[in-house]
Design a protein around this ligand. Sequence first.
Ligand code: PLP
Length: 458
Amino acid sequence: MTMAEGDLDTQGWQVLDRAHYLHPFTDHAGLRQTGSRVAVRGEGIYVWDTEGKRIIDGLSGLGCVNIGYGRRELVTAAAEQMLELSYCQSFFKTTHRTAVRLAEKLTSMLPGHLNHVFFQSSGSEANETATRLARRYWDLEGKPGKKLFIARELAYHGSTHMAASLSGIPPMHYAGGDIPLSNVHHIRTAYQYRHGAGMDAAEFGVVAAGWLEEKILELGADNVAAFIAEPAQSAGGALCPPETYWPEIQRICRKYDVLLIADEVVMGFGRTGKWFGLYKYGIEPDIMQLGKGITSGYLPLSATVIGDRVADTLIDKGGEWAHGYTYSGHPTCCAVALENIRILDEEKIIENADATLVPLFKAGIESFADHPLIGDARCVGLMGGLEIVKDKKTRESYAYEAHIGDHCSAEALKRGLAFRANGDTMSLMPPLITTPDQLAEIFAIAREALDATAKHFG
Ligand code: PLP
């Protein structure tokens, strides 16, 4: 501490923040004009700031605080683990019981072939592991030409070089680093509102999956290592595929011997109303990534779960695989993950959310279809998107420079709701412990924010 923190008011914190703290995904020149909101405390679905204002976290942080803020059991689990064994590396024929327990627990919750777990600290790192592993697998299988990755437009897979390359959000590619790397190719995503007008959902799902087959044929199946996708896209704007999409994607991957990588960093641990998105959509991935909800955001941890096919080759033919992180399997993070999973399980938080909250959420999201600004209202589980358009008939969007989504976010924040703009799509991902009354409040504020935005732009 370099200053008497007790003496600082909001402005004081904002001055220090501006002077020293570079934030992720932030226009710092803009931030200098407005200053940051300074959060101080969280409990349940609420966060309070230095002004004493209570904000409903309609986004579960960044899609991670699934069991809500302030669960003491997680604090106790962390403290006990730190006192017992605060750190343990796993590189040199060493292991520790908490990571082993967590690896076993995760595999027991997943389909039978997903038997092996590699730990990292973030979703981006999990995607590095998954893609390095896919390349390694094909090298060991004597197919070193299979080097290319196919990902989707509007995807978000993280911010390291490879993860940002896999991401299909254009500003990320202008952000420096010569990305996307040349081994990544993008296809259109299952975004029916923009790419499937006039088709019914089932038909569109098959058409959208066909874009993968076209790309594999264009690149040559012998050159393609893997296809990577989220079960439903979160940061891309709550893009939820029709039921016909994933079975077809799976069939295409098998047909051309392309590995299927499911990024469940957001969807895992209940976001779709099921424990994992693969149960919602019937996906059988070769590799899947978990993060965020694995600890409900209390500590950083991610897991790359690896199917027998890939793991057997790595183990039987691979020798040493020179890949890993200092904090792979960090004991404290693993202890918190185990406790988080215990709470989710024993309190039936996901099952209860699926039974009571998900239908209310769906009805709430769909009720915005009549709003003059909303062109499309879509959701799966507890992830919803309301796409703002200028003209509902032609589906024309507002000009990017209008930043209408950001305007709506600001209107919601004024009224005490964190309601995020992904481009022009307003996203909601409330904690799984939200009550029906709290959900009603979220939708009421969201509507007020949209009404105020419509008035401003009208
Ligand atoms: N994958 C998905 C689907 C994500 O949404 C994110 C982050 O939002 C990541 C990966 C990257 O995770 P992290 O920010 O922990 O690196």
